[in-house]
Design a protein around this ligand. Structure first.
Ligand SMILES: Nc1ncnc2c1ncn2[C@@H]1O[C@H](COP(=O)(O)OP(=O)(O)OP(=O)(O)O)[C@@H](O)[C@H]1O
Ligand code: SF4
Ligand SMILES: [Mg+2]
Length: 323
């Protein structure tokens, strides 16, 4: 693995609504090394998207606010940059494929123009005309006959091809880090597999690091190096992918894995753990998972466990770890 690329320290992003505070991201710590793929998993509403949007400082305003923490990208705290400098980071250094990517293409513009705009917004790094750069990017995402496709409108492309174009826009400036927020949920299984292969190829070709957000443990197993398991605004466990699958330390991770019938089977939403996550505007005093954990005792319910090292590159936040 390469050098440290991104380090998120004690990140807190809250939403202020009337007299409540919704703690969407509540003290999140993790890092991503160069060329590495980190998976971010957890049930709906646990704060995966808000964590990634916080990295890019794209939290919905005015209700949402990054309250504290650091987002160190190559050692520089992005939370301290001016908005102008931050605009250079977005797309050029760190790019994101949004959840529901189909809506991120504008139906009234040709796809070539949409990629061209993304390139033109940022610095002209390499030689060649804009058209040749657009064709090169379309070729990189394996769009057949890019010279003609450049003039297509989004509706003239299949779902899988549209997805590739969305990917093309995101990687058009060859970012160091790509955040992909559930980019494959709307695709059928075969197209999804092809897209993941493509993403891995591009990652290798561009030497890019990847944060991949998903509900699907099959995808985690196939593309991630490490996995962060998030629950109610916090990372509960983070470890190399094989340790998450074969030797989980946190009861929530173990429950999630039990809720997946077969690793290869596509699972859209992890809803089979009995009970509900706590409300983010009234979090419990102790472990956030206590109300759903069969091993919860008095200590669990009153005192929040610290993040502890439980193995090599393996950390978990639990009073009664599974190993
Ligand atoms: N605009 C908003 N206003 C108030 N609260 C919000 C807003 N957007 C998100 N939240 C809160 O932040 C929490 C985390 O949301 P986030 O979108 O990060 O979840 P997620 O893990 O990405 O879920 P999913 O898997 O469904 O995409 C939500 O549970 C919600 O309470
Ligand atoms: S700290 Fe206690 S309640 Fe929380 S996961 Fe561990 S055993 Fe369960
Ligand atoms: Mg999300």
């Amino acid at each position: 693995m390469g050098k440290r690329l991104l380090e998120v320290k004690d990140l807190k992003t809250y939403f202020y609504k009337e007299d409540t505070i919704i703690k969407a991201v509540d003290g999140v710590n993790f890092h991503v090394d160069e060329k590495e793929t980190l998976g971010l998993v957890g049930e709906s509403g646990c704060g995966k998207s808000m964590t990634s949007l916080s990295i890019l400082r794209l939290i919905p305003k005015p209700a949402g606010r990054i309250v504290s923490g650091e987002v160190l990208f190559e050692g520089q705290d992005l939370l301290k940059l001016s908005e102008k400098k931050m605009r250079d980071v977005r797309g050029e250094q760190i790019s994101m494929i949004l959840q529901d990517p189909m809506t991120s293409l504008n139906p009234v513009f040709k796809i070539g123009n949409q990629i061209g705009e993304a390139i033109a917004t940022h610095k002209e790094g390499r030689k060649g005309t804009l058209t040749s750069k657009i064709i090169e990017i379309l070729r990189l995402v394996r769009i057949p006959s890019p010279e003609t496709r450049i003039d297509n409108y989004p509706h003239e492309l299949s779902g899988g091809m549209k997805q590739r174009v969305v990917g093309a826009v995101a990687i058009s400036c060859r970012p160091r880090l790509l955040i992909a927020d559930e980019p494959t949920t709307s695709l059928d299984v075969t197209i999804q597999a092809q897209y993941l292969e493509l993403l891995k190829d591009i990652q290798r070709e561009l030497g890019m690091a990847l944060i991949f957000i998903t509900h699907d443990f099959g995808i985690v197993a196939s593309i991630c190096d490490r996995v962060a398991v998030m629950y109610a605004g916090k990372i509960m466990e983070i470890a190399p992918v094989r340790d998450i699958f074969h030797d989980p330390a946190h009861h929530y991770t173990a429950s999630l894995l039990k809720a997946v019938p077969k690793l290869q089977k596509k699972v859209d939403h992890l809803v089979s753990i009995p009970g509900q996550p706590p409300r983010l505007d009234s979090l419990p005093a102790g472990c956030r998972f206590a109300a759903r954990c069969e091993s919860a005792d008095k200590k669990c319910k009153t005192k929040e466990p610290p993040m502890q090292e439980v193995g090599k590159n393996h950390y978990a936040m639990c009073w009664h770890q599974l190993h």
